[in-house]
Design a protein around this ligand. Structure first.
Ligand code: ITT
Length: 183
């Protein structure tokens, strides 16, 4: 197969996280951002499947992903609305919503969609807690308020390689990579 793989994303940080795991295997990751409609639905998988459908006649081999943060005590909010919520109320807004909340359990989810003539889905999730305050300036998005189980640090306090060991995206990428190796 071609050693080049196109990752459709507008997000440089996601791209760096994927490069960190995929490039050492001898693949070359290429970032493209042709834009695709992120439909509003209740599932990350549906967003990705729709994105693939939209782009599959323009590109031969590519993958894309959709991610979200699901907070238990907020009935899984922001979930599929993670992007909108981040750009409106942001991390400070989430912390404020949870000011008096003891149950701080949350899960980050990623769904990767790969297309090479047919669509294949890979998933990853990372359980953890919402911190009481923002910490760290690595990463992006909700990283400064999310502490994965097994660590005392927020993702915002981790460099790419360490975040990948715990993260939803790291896990989804690892199962994607297993598939690429066998393909
Ligand atoms: P795409 O172009 O790949 O869609 P995006 O930044 O729009 O990039 P998403 O729609 O998947 O990404 O992300 C929804 C929101 O969740 C967005 O505000 C991100 O900042 C945030 N997010 C996603 N993955 C994250 C992660 O690993 N750590 C922290 N925040 C994350």
């Amino acid at each position: 197969m071609s050693k080049e793989i196109v990752f459709i994303t507008s997000n440089e940080n996601k791209f760096r996280e994927a490069e960190n795991l995929i490039n050492p295997l001898g693949f070359k990751l290429i970032q493209k951002n042709p834009g695709y409609p992120e439909i509003q639905t209740s599932s990350l998988e549906e967003v990705v499947r729709y994105g693939i459908k939209y782009l599959k006649d323009r590109l031969d081999i590519f993958f894309m992903e959709d991610s979200g943060l699901f907070i238990k005590s907020l009935n899984n909010f922001p979930g599929v609305y993670s992007k909108y919520v981040f750009t409106t109320i942001g991390n400070e807004g989430i912390l404020k919503l949870m000011e008096k909340t003891e149950n701080r359990n949350a899960v980050f989810r990623t769904v990767i969609g790969f297309y090479d003539g047919k669509a294949k889905i890979f998933k990853g999730e990372c359980e953890g807690k919402i911190a009481n305050e923002t910490k760290g300036d690595h990463g992006f998005g909700y990283d400064p308020i999310f502490i994965p189980y097994g660590s005392e640090k927020t993702f915002g306090e981790m460099k790419t390689e360490e975040k990948n060991q715990y993260s939803h995206r790291g896990k989804a990428l690892k199962s994607f990579i297993q598939y690429l190796k066998q393909r």
